[in-house]
Write a protein that binds this ligand. Structure first.
Ligand SMILES: [Zn+2]
Length: 106
């Protein structure tokens, strides 16, 4: 069965809920989505940084702000493009990826 979202709603200012066509509901923290961003730039960031351990402790001010999702729009019929409050919007969150993230709501 192809899985796709049937419902998308804001839980509060930290999380969003997606209902799926198999009846499952999953809750996603904005911070989790931001960390899981699958775009090339973000993936590079998480794998390419270990060389200088001092750099890991330096966070720019924007990274200290609680991250928010400003917009989620459908990209084709297989993914959401998410615009985050830090201006980042190049990540395409496929439905497949979204089913692996978040937590099931009972
Ligand atoms: Zn990204």
């Amino acid at each position: 069965m192809d899985l796709y979202p049937t419902e998308l709603k804001l839980v509060d200012d930290t999380a969003v809920l997606i209902g799926w066509n198999d009846g499952q509901q999953r809750r996603y923290l904005f911070s989790e989505l931001r960390k899981a961003c699958p775009c090339a730039a973000c993936r590079h960031k998480t794998t390419g940084e270990a060389a200088d351990p001092m750099k890991l402790t330096v966070l720019s001010p924007i990274e200290l702000q609680p991250i928010k999702v400003e917009k989620m729009s459908l990209a084709g019929n297989y993914a959401y493009r998410i615009t985050f409050s830090d201006g980042h919007n190049t990540g395409l969150f496929t439905f497949e990826l979204l089913r692996e993230l978040g937590a099931v709501v009972e």
